[in-house]
Write a protein that binds this ligand. Sequence first.
Ligand SMILES: *[C@@H]1O[C@H](CO)[C@@H](O)[C@H](O)[C@H]1NC(C)=O
Ligand SMILES: *[C@@H]1O[C@H](CO)[C@@H](O)[C@H](O)[C@H]1NC(C)=O
Ligand SMILES: *[C@@H]1O[C@H](CO)[C@@H](O)[C@H](O)[C@H]1NC(C)=O
Ligand SMILES: *[C@H]1O[C@@H](CO)[C@H](O)[C@@H](O)[C@@H]1NC(C)=O
Length: 577
Amino acid sequence: MERFYRVLWVFMVLLFCWRDIINVEVVDGSHLVLEDLQSVSAAVVDTKYKTGYHFQPPEHWINDPNGPMYYNGVYHLFYQYNPKGAVWGNIVWAHSVSTDMINWRAVDPAIYPSKPFDINGCWSGSATILPGNKPVILYTGVDPQNQQVQNIAFPKNLSDPDLREWVKPDYNPIIAPVDGINGSAFRDPTTAWLGPDRRWRLVIGTKRRSRGVAVMYRSKDFIHWVRAKHPLHSAAGTGMWECPDFFPVAMRGVRGVDTSEYNGELKYVFKVSLDLTRYEYYTIGSYRRDLDKYVPDGASVDNGSGLRYDYGNFYASKSFFDAGKKRRILWGWTNESDSRQDDIDKGWAGIQTVPRAVWLDPSGKQLIQWPIEELERLRGRLVSVKNKVLRSGGLVEISGILTSQANVVVSFEVTALVKAERFDPSWSDPQKLCERKGTEAKGGVGPFGLLVLASSGKEEYTSVFFRIFKSPTKYVALMCQDPSRSSVRAGLYKPVYGAFVDVDIKRNGQIALRSLIDHSAVESFGGEGRVCITSRVYPGMAVGSNAHLYAFNYGAEDVRILDLKAWEMKKPLMNGA
Ligand SMILES: *[C@@H]1O[C@H](CO)[C@@H](O)[C@H](O)[C@H]1NC(C)=O
Ligand SMILES: *[C@@H]1O[C@H](CO)[C@@H](O)[C@H](O)[C@H]1NC(C)=O
Ligand SMILES: *[C@@H]1O[C@H](CO)[C@@H](O)[C@H](O)[C@H]1NC(C)=O
Ligand SMILES: *[C@H]1O[C@@H](CO)[C@H](O)[C@@H](O)[C@@H]1NC(C)=O
């Protein structure tokens, strides 16, 4: 019998290797290259899980948002796009334009492989608006030696409101991986900013062994760039830094700050996407202009356990300054959580999260994010619940609207905290805590929150909820988003996400939650934008008009719904889909 198992084992191992050989999987940087699959196109795009108001093209694969900008009243969003299929490959800079960041019109791809300096790839980058209102794009190209280089592109016709055509001068690349920079790990130039010496600066993500590095370059004319002796910033053990972003925020108020603006009353944000973990983190700190160095504040943890824009499925984000409404806007990519075969079958993969305005929390310790106000124009039919006690074990259905494409805003009053569970100081990882204490695990104060995309028999639901714990010095609020019961389908990626919410629950006596529900996307904002969590889910039953919405309280202590509003969301113009 033992021999039988040994033979079976060898057989399985062989089978496994064989599968790899025929699939041609190569990892190039962070990109999974599936040469035999990247031009496989679905006959018909399956719209069952298509989002209604999240940004996406009509079909095929998308990843990173690129070069978002505002120019003469028009918002531009470029993004990494495979025009031929629903897996990564054949990447071009697809391009869409909008006047409100909600309704989008697709125009032709702006940048695609055509010259030696980008013939093997046109990867991520950023836009900068030069003095005199002249936009310019810097992006990573992959050359015939498969080296990552940085290129510049200019609009062909500044009078064309859509800026459809982009010119890539032959003097590219403008920055090559020389002097010890690893040409396989050198990408994603930031928006540039002007220093006190009238020289431009930008950073590019790279690594030195296992140290993540934001290498800095300076230029007088934006075309000739010289590497600075010291990087803007680096951190040990974090691996390759992708998609760095660096921008100022006002110390007070919601007003956004242009990347080159400078006055004494600013803090700075530095963000990177960690290729090792496929999550992002950011720190708040100071920019020492005399040394050209960024220094994170003491309380800001500078590694993968630091602050995140979004504690869920969110990557390769990029911000820009919206000169029209004087705010800073953040875009991020949310990939699929179903299988590659599912993506090929449905004919599309990937969305961008809704554009969020970002500003510094009055505490100075973190950012606040909130969907741009323009999103509210999509609000349709409304149902509301006011002043309703949710007793221990209580569940209330919110009905009367279509909840598979909706926006829910709710504030819970939490005044009785006596039964709050004790907080163990060793619980440093909120995601693990959410895993351990799932939706069904009764607590003292909480879990209370929402069940979204739920089937009528509750076989399926995605839960978004809070739990309040008591530590010797304060109350701790935990927010969780749990898709582990989101679908009866097998083979889906369903991680539980969580984060601590920095709110003083004792003083406020309430905590707020907003969830954007969009068929296969659940994008939630806790504590008025202090914590964001995005998940992708694929219900088998809770689809379309069969999706239900509930408020629940599985804690021992009662909580009260002070105010709940749920709107059906209309579908904007979305790239002709
Ligand atoms: C530039 O764009 C404007 C507006 O679309 C158009 O009228 C003009 O003919 C274009 N110029 C060139 C040289 O194509
Ligand atoms: C350069 O980066 C690539 C991609 O991460 C890595 O495989 C390679 O080992 C690196 N080379 C050196 C010399 O560090
Ligand atoms: C990150 O840094 C903090 C504080 O410096 C440390 O406690 C933690 O273990 C680090 N985490 C990782 C994942 O390196
Ligand atoms: C999104 O998909 C899941 C499931 O396949 C992976 O585990 C993640 O690493 C991936 N995220 C990114 C940013 O690529």
